[in-house]
Design a protein around this ligand. Structure first.
Ligand SMILES: [Zn+2]
Length: 161
């Protein structure tokens, strides 16, 4: 083993790495249950506001400019729940998601809130890295319900100090 790795500093870095992995594992579980609940919330809201029943699903709409009413409303909900949807910000990362799976795979909703590259082929929370998970949690306003800290402040538990 290289001598540097036996030093105290190296052991501290190793502890940091394990702490990051452990944190990722926990927030990945939170994101998994959170986005599952987010989809259920969206469907409940669509039934209440537009009369679209939860049993109605779609797996056909891949073109954002030609979506059915259901997919259009899911798209609106994703947009409305993005923390940075204002004009000069980009909003959801549409390139990450497969809209034909919105009704069958809640993780496709989570991917809309991750950085715009590197997450399209990540099918679940377990395969997503720390940056993707924390982005999904922070960028989706609805996930605020799992935090007592106010995530709308510039400095918060998800952004660090
Ligand atoms: Zn559709």
């Amino acid at each position: 083993m290289e001598e540097r790795l036996t030093k105290k500093e190296a052991k501290h870095w190793l502890k940091c790495m394990f702490a990051t992995y452990k944190t990722r594992d926990v927030i990945a579980q939170l994101a998994d249950l959170g986005f599952r609940a987010f989809y259920i919330h969206i469907r409940s809201d669509l039934r209440a506001k537009h009369g679209i029943l939860e049993t109605t699903t779609c797996s056909l709409c891949s073109n954002p400019s030609k979506q059915c009413r259901l997919c259009l409303e899911i798209r609106n909900q994703i947009w409305n729940n993005h923390r940075f949807k204002t004009a000069n910000m980009k909003g959801p990362s549409w390139s990450n998601t497969d809209s034909t799976k919105w009704c069958t795979d809640y993780w496709e909703l989570a991917k809309c809130y991750m950085p715009p590259t590197g997450y399209r082929d990540k099918p679940n929370a377990n395969s997503t890295d720390f940056n993707g998970i924390i982005g999904a949690i922070y960028n989706c306003i609805w996930m605020q319900c799992y935090f007592t800290d106010d995530l709308s402040r510039n400095s918060n538990i998800c952004t660090g100090i």
